[in-house]
Design a protein around this ligand. Sequence first.
Ligand SMILES: [Zn+2]
Length: 603
Amino acid sequence: MRPSHAAWLALPVALLSSLVAAVPSPAAYQDQQAFAAPALPERSRWRTLSGRLIGSIWGVPKADIGNAAKILKTNAQAPPHTLARYGGDVVLRFNISTAEEAKGLAEAADTLLLDVWEFSQDWVDIRLSKDIVGPLLGLLPASLQQAHTPLLRERELAQAIYDTYPSPRGSSARSHEPAHTPSPLRDRPFGPALQQNDGETNIFFTNYQPLSVIDPWMRLMASLFTTHVRKVDIGVSYQGRDIPGLRVGVHPTNGDEPNPPKRKTVLLMGGLHAREWISTSTVNYVAYSLITGYGRIPSITRLLEDFDFVFVPTVNPDGYVYTWETDRLWRKNRQQTNFRFCQGIDLDRAFGFQWDGAVTTAGNPCSESFAGEEAFEAVESKRLADWAKNETENNNVEFVGLLDLHSYSQQILYPYSYSCDDTPPGLENLEELAIGVQRAIRIAHGHSYEVLPACEGNAATTKQSKQRLWPRMEASGGSALDWFYHELKVRYAYQLKLRDRGMYGFLLPKENIVPTGKEILDAVLYFGGFLSESYGLSSAAAEGVESENSEPHVQDVAEVQEAIPAAVEEQDEVEDDWVWVEDIDIDIDPEGVQWELKRGRRR
Ligand SMILES: [Zn+2]
């Protein structure tokens, strides 16, 4: 929990001193004219700003939100205090065109521990209280004073937060079961869609779902589809929750041979960052599609004969629950740090390859990208790494692919994250597959994703020379991507940043769940086809060897889409979307389901 207002009042000295200590001395800025503020010495200006920022960093409710509650369409499903916490905040996009601007923003973000939402070569999105926008601009290079636009204005942020929670029961004709409270199986949001195809969409994917629904949903998948789905436990989180996973595959050879070949496995995970809900829903969407497509869609059946897929939708379950119950914009896990008032470690900075928490701002517990005191201090990162290692050492598994889903900005990032100076072995293959995935998404859905090395996703560079000129917006060592690629030797490892490009950012409206799911399903089918081909497995053999310039998997994608009744694209038509298991009655004997699926299997 964040400290109450009373606790804040009682402890201003500790808080202020930590912030002020983080403020560079005037000497550090002597040669940075852009930072010079004519009226006040810099130090006192920073300090003034620091005081104002305390409220936004520690989530102290703001007093002047006025009648905003009456203006906003609030949502009872959202955490209490949402409006108090975020009602006066805005999200600004700063457009960067010079190194000086990038440097100024990076230093402001570091010093003031700003909540940097996302950044690219050309822009940086930052959430901050509207009260500090003016003073902050006064400290930035003059050229930035005009070069920013609001992505979410005051109160729009709070409204967007409310809108990501399921609508309360009966509040609209399109609303469905509220997802908060687990109820008997029949009433669960994923129940009805499994039973019938009456034109309604699969209700599970019309809303973002809390862990209390996702977990039983995963158990249901495992109990319904026993031929090819197993529930797996990755480990236990800091607060004692299971990190749930589903292993999907048919093991055609294991068990038949004394020394079966290692089972080639693709890991698809989401929710390392708690607030990136679209990553969690997309992992579930792809899981559901492969699970229910098996035995019905030849390309999926072949894929699951060639590979196991492990789906982990919430690597950070404590953080995810916290975003549902307390703070929608929480990013890190919920681990206690050595600074009592700042909790949480950034799971994606906590892995043991090129961990850099000791030498970057990721060493500050109050930073959104705090990397911990040492590598793998973050419990969930450690559990995931231990589980993956154990799979490879003791369970006959070879991880050949990783797709680590995040949001936002529509990017396909490949190793390395920690540095652009280190070239990954197999760079050509990594790039080739990334470009193929990019094309598969574009052809099927018209959405463009950018392909970049992850280090460039983390640090602006000059476009012409590829030389890193601008400072990093945040630390970039200790990433899951780099660890899996380098330590676990996962040949095809990527981080995918999903929709959108900044209109809603982390608060992507729920109408995007299905379209984003489809987009990434296509990406996964292409990915799987490429891997089959590259490992000389059955999918590739069945389809023949494609020439380099063909569109080898478009046919698969079309095949999948054909199997989708009333396949529709964008937001307004989600209600009419598809259900793959429309004719599987949830009440029928599970043996019957198995038989149906077995009958559909290729021999
Ligand atoms: Zn993320």
